[in-house]
Each structure stands twice: as C-alpha cells, then as structure tokens.
Design a protein around this ligand. Structure first.
Ligand code: URA
Length: 440
C-alpha cells in the first residue's frame, strides 16, 4: 500500500469523512501480511485514536479484521450465541454461562482471554483444571461445539490475526483506550464465531476499566451499534463493578465457586449475573419468549444438574480425563490446586460490611501471583481469597470476613492490608443491584 493511499485515509479521518470499505480492507490485509511499513500503521492508529472515524468505517474495520482470519460457519438450526465482558474482579460468569446456555439448546463457541491488568481471564481460570486445554483450532472448536454444545478456547492467531497485530502495536503506542478501536477489536473476534446473538457485560465503577457510567454507556452504545451492524443481535448490560462478584476471587477458587453454582449452590450474586446474561441471550436468540422465561430456563438447568453435565462434557472434550472430570464436579477441592497457606482475616469490630476496596484487593492478589505483570509471567492458580461476609452482612467482632489463599507467608504489611481492605459501619447500606441499565 503506497504512502498516497495512507495519506488519503488519514485526511479522511481528519476531515470527518469516510475512509471507505475498499481502503480499509486493503489496509487491514497489509497489516495482516505485515506488508506495510509500521510507521504508516502507527500514524493511522494515532490519528484514529485522537480523532475517531465514522460509524460506518468502524463496521468496515470490524469486518475487515474478521475476514483477515478463519470464520466459523454453522449448519445446525440451533442459535449460536456468546457473551463478552469488559472485565471485572471475581468475574467467572463464562465458566457457568456457556454450559448453562448449551443445556438450554443453544450453541456457544466462546473465545476468551487471559488476565489483563487487575482483572482475571477466563482462560487462566480454566487452566487451573488439570489437563484442560484452551488451545484449539477453529475446526476443533466446531467439533466440540457440535458434540457438547459449547467450548471455551483462547483467542489465537487463526481468528482475526490482523487484530492481533494491531492490538500489539496499540499496546506499545498508547492507543488502546479508544472506544471505536476497542469496539472493532472485540467485535472482529466475536463476529468470527458466526454468532446470531451477543450479550455485552459492560462494567463501570471503581474496579472496572470504565470508571464512570457515561464512559461505559459510550462503549456499550458503540459495541451494540456495530454488533447489530454486523448482523448480530446485540444487547449491552451496564453492571456495577465496585464490589467483587460472588464469594471467590483467584483462578482455581473461581472455578471452585463456579462448580458450586453448577451444583445448584454457590453465591446468589454470581448466580444472578449468570441468570441475567443467560436469560437475555435465550430471549435474543428466540429460545425464550421473553427475558423472564429465559432466566427461568437458566435457573432450572443450574438447579437440575443439566448445566453441570454439559460442563463436565466440555472439560472431557477439552482434554480432561473422564475420571478427573467426574471428580472435579463432585469433589472439586480434590482436583483443583490448593495454596500452601490459608490465613483468616477476622473483624475487629461489630457492625455491617459496607465496602470492599476491590481495585486494591485485585492489584494485591495480582502481585501475589494470581495475575500477570508481564505477558510472559506464570500464574499461581491457587492464590486468591474467599469472602465470608459481603456488603450488607452483619458481622460480629472476631467473625471471619476473608480467607486469604497464598503460597508465600504473608508479610505484616500484607496482613494489615487485608485487615483494612473492607469497611464496617454501624448501619447497613441499602443493597444496589448489579444491573444499572441496558443498551439495545
Ligand atoms: N480487549 C480486546 O480484545 N481488544 C481491545 O481493544 C480491548 C480489550
């Protein structure tokens, strides 16, 4: 691609005009083949990041990146659905949602990511299950989904490779945080799955990437418009992310909590989010008449063991030996890695839990090994914590509020941090629902 064409695309961005489908497809094909000077790509990225482009160009960028790699096509009449979350603390939804949806008769070819910043990644969580393999080709994904109903696989270079190249450049040129670039990046991969319906969990609050409701709404609006523009029925749910989701945080511990939910138990906060997301997808895909009916269907398969059976089948199809998978769902503690140390954090006063310093908790667990600082870092799957008293709960002096799971003895400073990472007041706070509103 010559300099003149790139200059013309850049002028169009600066003038608020369309770059056009043909130019964007040609540009992305050069990015994929690495046949364009990096200098031009960075100049284009910086201009896009600073000035933004037209809505139609975001759709062209999304489809061009999707077409840069393999796309899944489906013969079956079962709807194909998925969910994307912008990342939270204790966000383990996919582990339960994919099998629950499959148990309700839709198909879920889920591509998921690894830990990013302070947030965990579904792939790291699943890799705490011995032998669970998240590395699958598009053909293998199709086979598993056709046999089991769902799979959860790591994003890889077969799907939207141009996005992989652009993302790596965005990472080193400070051009990640742009709503249109994020939209095209996420939706290029999701639309490569051949989806009929997609629910987006866009989080806002102190422990989310989007700190304010306005920022979250702008991202949701952009992703919903582009998702629908790509022919996928797309709805975004704006959910609060200032308090950890459910009771367990950390890779193996989040799988443990997920298995509790798949056994009809587990924390109501976690269960409600799975039910909310699943209900919306069953409605969008036409499997349920309305969201209420969809939610009842999801609750039913979580309670009657059908979702658990699909989860077990997915584990087996993704490499877990049959007897390990059986034991995983019946006695998960015997299969999942456990930490060398457990430290109980007790309340020093009586009252009601009002807040958790969720961002700091996540950053602390990350530095203790639960997440990565660099992409090449190993994860310590056993590190994490369990919350025994949640926001709104009454607590008496001496009650255990948290159990910290760690591999190295806690320093005095760490012990103090965990004793101070929540607050207790005389009066309970009124519970605020996770879901603020939807964008459709
Ligand atoms: N996740 C992605 O896949 N792409 C982005 O741009 C941001 C988050």
């Amino acid at each position: 691609m010559d300099e003149g064409k790139i200059s013309s695309m850049i002028s169009s961005i600066l003038n608020g005009e369309e770059q056009g489908k043909e130019s964007i497809f040609e540009f992305i094909s050069h990015v994929k083949n690495d046949s364009i000077s990096q200098e031009y790509v960075v100049e284009w990225l910086k201009t896009m990041h600073q000035h933004g482009c037209t809505n139609l160009d975001v759709i062209h960028l999304t489809t061009a990146m999707r077409e840069s790699g393999a796309t899944l096509t489906w013969q079956s009449d079962k709807p194909i659905v998925d969910k994307h979350s912008t990342g939270g603390v204790g966000d383990k939804m996919s582990i339960m949602l994919a099998p629950a949806l499959a148990a309700c008769g839709v198909r879920v070819p889920m591509l998921a990511g690894r830990s990013l910043g302070h947030t965990g990644g579904t792939i790291d969580k699943l890799e705490s299950i011995p032998n669970f393999s998240c590395i699958k080709t598009p053909e293998e994904m199709k086979t598993i989904v056709e046999e089991v109903g769902c799979c959860i696989v790591a994003q890889n270079t077969s799907i939207a490779p141009a996005d992989g190249r652009l993302y790596a450049l965005r990472d080193v040129t400070n051009t990640i945080d742009n709503v249109q670039l994020i939209t095209a990046s996420i939706l290029s991969k999701k639309s490569a799955e051949g989806l009929d319906a997609l629910v987006l969990d866009v989080k806002y609050g102190s422990a989310a990437f989007m700190k304010t409701l306005e920022e979250a709404r702008a991202l949701a609006r952009s992703m919903v418009d582009v998702g629908n523009g790509c022919g996928i029925k797309t709805v975004a749910q704006l959910t609060r992310m200032d308090e950890p989701i459910g009771s367990h945080i950390g890779n193996a511990l989040e799988v443990l909590e997920s298995i509790h939910v798949l056994n009809g138990q587990g924390h109501e906060d976690t269960k409600q989010l799975v039910v909310l997301q699943g209900g919306t997808l069953l409605h969008l895909s036409g499997k349920a008449e309305n969201e209420q009916e969809g939610q009842e269907m999801i609750r039913h398969v979580l309670e009657n063991g059908q979702a658990k059976n699909v989860f077990k089948a997915m584990c087996i199809a993704q490499g877990v030996p049959i007897d390990t998978a059986e034991q995983l769902v019946s006695h998960p503690e015997d299969v999942l890695p456990s930490s060398k140390f457990e430290t109980l954090i007790r309340s020093e006063i009586t009252g009601y839990v009002t807040t958790f310093d969720t961002m700091k908790i996540a950053q602390r667990l990350r530095s203790m090994g639960a997440g990565r600082v660099q992409l090449s870092d190993d994860i310590d799957h056993a590190v994490g914590l369990i919350i025994h008293r949640h926001v709104g709960d009454e607590v008496k002096k001496g009650d255990v509020v948290l159990t910290i799971h760690h591999s190295v003895a806690l320093s005095e400073e760490e012990q103090n941090f965990f004793s101070m990472c929540y607050s207790i007041q005389n009066q309970p706070l009124r519970a605020t629902p996770r879901l603020h509103s939807t964008v459709s």
